[in-house]
Unconditional design. Structure first.
Length: 86
């Protein structure tokens, strides 16, 4: 360390697998408003540039909207009420 031989630290940008885990954990504690959850997520450095569309894509996946039938056997991890925004 004194010689400066320390590996560079790199902060991953938008690790969506981690985001999905954190969103699922957050809503397990109680209902959350989507706008408030999005604002909270964007306060973390890795997600500061996260687009709303990408965030909603994660919510889609967690609520059972999968991009193909390949994942049809997976059960949804949350309920997303798009009309109420929660």
């Amino acid at each position: 360390m004194k010689e400066g031989a320390v590996e560079e630290t790199r902060v991953p940008q938008n690790p969506l697998d981690v985001l999905a885990q954190q969103v699922a954990a957050s809503v397990a504690l109680g209902e959350r408003k989507v706008d408030e959850l999005y604002a909270l997520v964007r306060r973390a450095a890795p997600y500061s540039g996260l687009s709303r569309a990408t965030f909603e894509g994660v919510l889609d996946m967690l609520s059972g909207r999968y991009p193909s039938d390949e994942f049809a056997e997976l059960r949804p991890r949350l309920v997303w009420d798009r009309l109420r925004g929660s």
